[in-house]
Design a protein around this ligand. Structure first.
Ligand SMILES: [Fe+2]
Ligand SMILES: [Fe+2]
Length: 156
């Protein structure tokens, strides 16, 4: 079972300050990049579980899988917004605009997930499949841009 938790506020600010101030930040950022990348692959698997349940016309399983996907996405985006991106900004201030753009996209994804939750509550399988597909396409593009950024930063 996939269980990612949001970082707590007090731990967050202390960790960000410590990470930016300490030597070895680049090595830790490379480890963080691997964690982010691994979470992207796990999110892809959760997307596939929801799509598979929709194809099998199993609405209860589809709704349960969607709840897991939404929770995992929420925790993943919180990790990036509150820990990873601030640390990256400390290392590479020149990426500020690009990181701010990714955070804005997270807000849009949260709104899309709210709308998609209503679609799943309505139970129309075709509408759920269309909504999920359009979310997955947009999120996949977002993931690829993040991974390029992470790879470039880890090897810089
Ligand atoms: Fe992201
Ligand atoms: Fe991400």
């Amino acid at each position: 079972m996939l269980r990612w938790s949001r970082p707590s506020p007090s731990v967050r600010s202390e960790q960000v300050r410590t990470r930016v101030d300490q030597p070895g930040l680049r090595m830790r950022m490379a480890q963080e990049a691997r964690r982010i990348s691994s979470q992207h692959r796990q999110l892809d698997s959760l997307h596939a579980l929801v799509a598979g349940a929709l194809e099998r016309r199993a609405p209860a399983q589809a709704r349960a899988a969607f709840v897991r996907l939404r929770d995992a996405l929420d925790a993943h985006m919180a990790l990036e917004d509150e820990l990873h991106f601030p640390a990256l900004r400390g290392l590479r201030p020149d990426l500020d605009a690009e990181l701010a753009g990714l955070v804005r996209e997270h807000r849009r994804f949260r709104r899309s997930l709210d709308a998609l939750a209503e679609t799943f509550a309505d139970g129309n399988a075709a509408a759920c499949a269309r909504g999920l597909e359009s979310f997955v396409v947009a999120f996949g593009d977002h993931e690829r841009r993040e991974e390029r950024l992470l790879t470039a930063t880890a090897s810089a």
